[in-house]
Design a binder for this molecule. Structure first.
Ligand code: FES
Ligand SMILES: [Fe+2]
Length: 368
């Protein structure tokens, strides 16, 4: 009877449409997911000199990354402790951080250095005033931030990631960003992340990727902590759409990506070509996907430019059409969430990875 009960168990289903369309759920997700997880900030080479800073935004929270006098990378909330004006815009270099509103000045380590006329204020204690700093990790040259002061280190969230990534991209520390394409999508961030993390749709919608970059028959996705590790091998090397340097590493003939919940992915194409996905939610039904490309020392490369263009025109464009349609469908009152196609043996035609994403979303919302 017990066995019969198990075999009759209802399959896991997709999330209800409201998780992708309800502004209240999106507001809860900001605190429960995005402000408590590791988020990409910038590449360390973008703030190479002491005083270099770069402003960015995570779901409406203004932040900036900065290189301090000792060369350490810090991330601060982009807000003055006086009356809340933002401190910096865009990118630049500063010896001190001077607020544009009333000229309070902060050291590069966040301490208040001076405030005009503050000496007249009885009890004004400059030493007690400091910018709010967030937790930072520099991971193989990529700067990540977590707005939760209690957050566990990335090595706990994403076990084995560092040594795996270094094995696929031995020269990762020397890489610099050369190209970033911003792709706006009219969908909830989870629609885009879920679409990225299954290849059940690859053969149907991605002919170039499936024929000229990777072999979809070998595609597999495995959870690894809060990471989804994708692996496959190169398509037939004669059919590759770009020259592959098989001596780049022992994994040069393979494809692998590591999706880091909730919104970043390191992706390595055959030949050790590193590229990244970054998802920045921009409202309940809007997300910007940044596709980043890297070369050693940031030297321009026709191969990488060609690959980035091909990726944009094929895989990315194909996915934009899909996710925008799914978002409209999720708002359709006729939608009933369907069963996920979970194959116990995993493989390319399985949606077990969606099960993980659904579980992580619900777990975060329950806790948040
Ligand atoms: S708000 Fe920054 S100095 Fe007043
Ligand atoms: Fe896709």
């Amino acid at each position: 009877m017990a066995e019969a009960a198990v075999s009759m168990r209802a399959p896991a289903t997709a999330l209800a449409g409201r998780y992708y369309t309800d502004p209240d759920i999106y507001e809860r997700e900001k605190r429960a997911v995005h402000f408590r997880t590791w988020q990409y900030a910038c590449h360390q080479s973008e703030i190479a000199q002491p005083g270099d800073y770069l402003a960015f935004d995570i779901c409406g929270q203004g932040l900036f990354a900065l290189r301090d006098r000792e060369g350490a990378i810090r991330v601060f909330h982009n807000v003055c402790m006086h009356r809340a004006h933002e401190l910096v815009e865009g990118r630049g270099n500063a010896r001190v951080l001077r607020c544009p509103y009333h000229a309070w000045a902060y050291e590069l380590d966040g301490r208040l250095r001076g405030a005009p006329n503050a000496e007249k204020v009885q009890g004004f204690d400059a030493s007690a005033i400091c910018l709010t700093e967030a937790k930072v990790e520099v991971f193989c040259g990529f700067v990540f931030v977590n707005l939760d002061p209690e957050a566990a280190p990335m090595a706990e969230w994403y076990p084995d990631l560092e040594h795996q990534l270094r094995a696929y991209v031995p020269g990762i520390e020397a890489l610099r960003p050369v190209l970033t394409n911003a792709v706006p999508e009219a969908c909830n961030w989870k629609v885009s992340v879920e679409n990225y993390n299954e290849c059940y749709h690859c053969r149907v919608t991605h002919p170039t990727f499936s024929n000229g970059v990777v072999d979809p028959d070998m595609y597999d996705i495995r959870p690894q902590g809060y990471c989804l590790r994708h692996t496959t091998v190169a398509a037939n090397l004669e059919r590759m759409t770009y020259p592959v340097d098989l001596s780049a590493s022992e994994h040069a003939g393979q494809y692998s990506s590591w999706f880091l919940w909730p919104g970043f992915s390191f992706q390595v194409y055959p030949g050790g070509v590193l590229n990244t996905y970054l998802w920045r939610p921009d409202g309940v039904d809007s997300v910007i996907v940044y596709r980043g490309w890297y070369t050693p020392e940031g030297v321009a490369s026709d191969v990488i430019e060609g690959l980035a263009r091909q990726d944009l025109d094929t895989t990315v464009a194909e996915d934009v059409t899909i996710v925008n349609s799914v978002q409209r469908g999720l708002g359709n009152i006729g939608y009933r969430p369907g069963p996920l196609v979970v194959d116990p043996a995993f493989g390319v035609n399985s949606e077990h990875s969606i099960q993980s994403l659904v579980a992580w979303t619900l777990e975060a919302l329950d806790e948040g």
